[in-house]
Design a protein around this ligand. Sequence first.
Ligand SMILES: Nc1nc2c(ncn2[C@@H]2O[C@H](COP(=O)(O)OP(=O)(O)OP(=O)(O)O)[C@@H](O)[C@H]2O)c(=O)[nH]1
Ligand SMILES: [Mg+2]
Length: 458
Amino acid sequence: MFENLSEKLQRAFKNLRGQGSVTEENMTEALREIRVALLEADVNLNVVKELIEHIRVKAMGQEVLTSLSPTEQVVKIVRDELIAILGKDVARFQFASRPPTVILMAGLQGSGKTTTAGKLAAWLQKGGHRPMLVSVDVYRPAAREQLRVVAKAIKANIYEGDEKGEAAGTPLVERLAKEARREAVITGCDTLIVDTAGRLHVDEQLMDEMAKLKALLSPQEILFIADAMTGQDAVKSAEAFHRQLSLTGTVLTKMDGDARGGAALSIRHVTGQPVKFIGTGEKPDAFEPFHPDRIVGRILGMGDIMGLIERAEDKLDRKKSEEFARKALSGDGFSLEDFRDQLRQIKKLGSLESIMKMLPSVGPLAGMQQMAGQVDEKQLTRVEAIINSMTQKERDHHEIISGSRRKRIANGSGTTVQEVNQLLRQYAQMRKMFKGIGKGGGLLQRRAMGMLGGMRGR
Ligand SMILES: Nc1nc2c(ncn2[C@@H]2O[C@H](COP(=O)(O)OP(=O)(O)OP(=O)(O)O)[C@@H](O)[C@H]2O)c(=O)[nH]1
Ligand SMILES: [Mg+2]
């Protein structure tokens, strides 16, 4: 997401390493590199200027903690300033005191309004809400159908309405919006998400329609849906929308692409409104609340352990993990079947690459992030394929897997006998290691249990 910026900033910090203290000279050099890194990440020029100035003042001033090395001091200052620019707190969602809470989706064509409307509905559902979706995009023939498909996939309520039978005097867009709100009240939906039509450019007609919808629905939230890949253009249109509509926040979509992150770091500053969510893929669950401190942690190589734990809690089957831990540490050890279950659990967390990127690149796990680019996702798939090709009996009793069985398994899984051998060897080692920990008892065992127990942490 922010790989490039992250890499460049790390380089700027590296040059400070080994320097006794922060001096005017080495700071000027580091600041120049930080500036270039930010500009190359497409951060708004005014934002860069302000950031650099703040960092300079703080670094040269008395605010630095003397117990930190120069690099640590500067990293800390950069971190604080980046968080300040992004807005300190997690953006909260405004809910109406009297339901339904209305959320108006605004944005240019193809920015991801419809997709995000669905993601937001799924997110609200997970939080115990009952959202209703409605599309007032009556211009593009397939637009309303698209939202229908999205709603169906996540089993969300949708108001479809009747496009014909225009009530005298009321334009279709406004009639649909009004009807949808009434429907939400009747069916006990506490939120109404209004998907609107996009335009190629900010034009008067679009703004006029948005203004009418705003007057009609008095939405608690007017979210600007911005395509992060468009960089500073997204920032400019956010400004234009904000002038006309007074946005309450932004959702940055397509953060999974090679967006350089500039939009994320600029939009808050330019509109004064927080980034509330980011979209990280096309699927309904590729969506997360925007936590400035975590994002900055990721940018500065401190990782996002909280994010990882949340992902684990969301996706992992805790009972299964605990069961695995118990078996692995006991005298019997874990079977290949258990091992396959664990592999499948890990896969649920996302790609190995994305997991490793959330680990800190400093401290005891240093190097893991760098390895992220080299991990071979296919390796996991191959391991699973090998275990799939075994019979149940073989999975339960690995010791019966003879030479001829190995050959059969290799053939069945499209791998080689060497690969099967390697897997069995690794499995035997791991199994022994865990059993050893189990025998050790006491503290070590409890720690291992904790580690395996689905990363509970809290
Ligand atoms: N990779 C990725 N693709 C996304 C994301 N959000 C949306 N998309 C894709 O972007 C394209 C446009 O998304 P839509 O939701 O149709 O955009 P829209 O703003 O409703 O478009 P209009 O209604 O034509 O204005 C689709 O192909 C989506 O799958 C995201 O976070 N990541
Ligand atoms: Mg749309």
